[in-house]
Design a protein around this ligand. Structure first.
Ligand code: FES
Length: 156
């Protein structure tokens, strides 16, 4: 990472600390803001957050690792989250998953080469009676079939 990029990130985090304070309760909103801006939380940002909040960098990383919506690696412009919970599983999630992987030529946890789509699993989306379900960014799609899932991906 270039020095200018580091300085920019430091400035952004200083601004966020000014907004949310230096207490532990500031950690989550700061992480969410950095994630929103960069689509992930770079290593250097994690270090700077830890430094400015006076906590250990491992604590910052632990929080990022715990929450599926926070990422320490660059993400695609669009995030596709397929529900992996049992009801969707029983409703045919595996076939949908295979079709998605075949269409994009990547596995879950990976990003397409053009950085357009990152695939993730997620826990229940609250649409169990209409599974299999997946979320593309903020929009939920239900009653998926392999064909329907591929059509949705083509429109992303
Ligand atoms: S189990 Fe998939 S939405 Fe609830």
């Amino acid at each position: 990472m270039l020095v200018t990029e580091k300085n920019t990130i430091t400035g952004e985090i200083e601004e966020l600390v000014g907004l949310y304070g230096q207490g532990r309760s500031a950690l989550m909103p700061i992480l969410q803001a950095v994630q929103k801006k960069h689509r992930y939380i770079p290593d250097f940002a994690q270090q700077e957050i830890a430094r400015l909040l006076s906590i250990h960098p491992v604590e910052v990383f632990s929080v990022i690792s715990f929450y599926s919506f926070l990422h320490s690696e660059p993400q695609g412009r669009n995030i596709v989250r397929l529900c992996k919970t049992i009801v969707c599983d029983l409703a045919g999630k595996d076939e949908v998953e295979k079709a998605i992987k075949r269409e994009l030529s990547i596995c879950f946890g990976e990003t397409t080469r053009d950085n357009n789509i990152t695939l993730e699993h997620t826990n229940c989306l609250g649409m169990c009676d209409q599974g299999p379900a997946m979320m593309v960014n903020d929009k939920i799609y239900t009653k998926l079939t392999p064909e329907k899932a591929v059509e949705i991906l083509k429109s992303v």
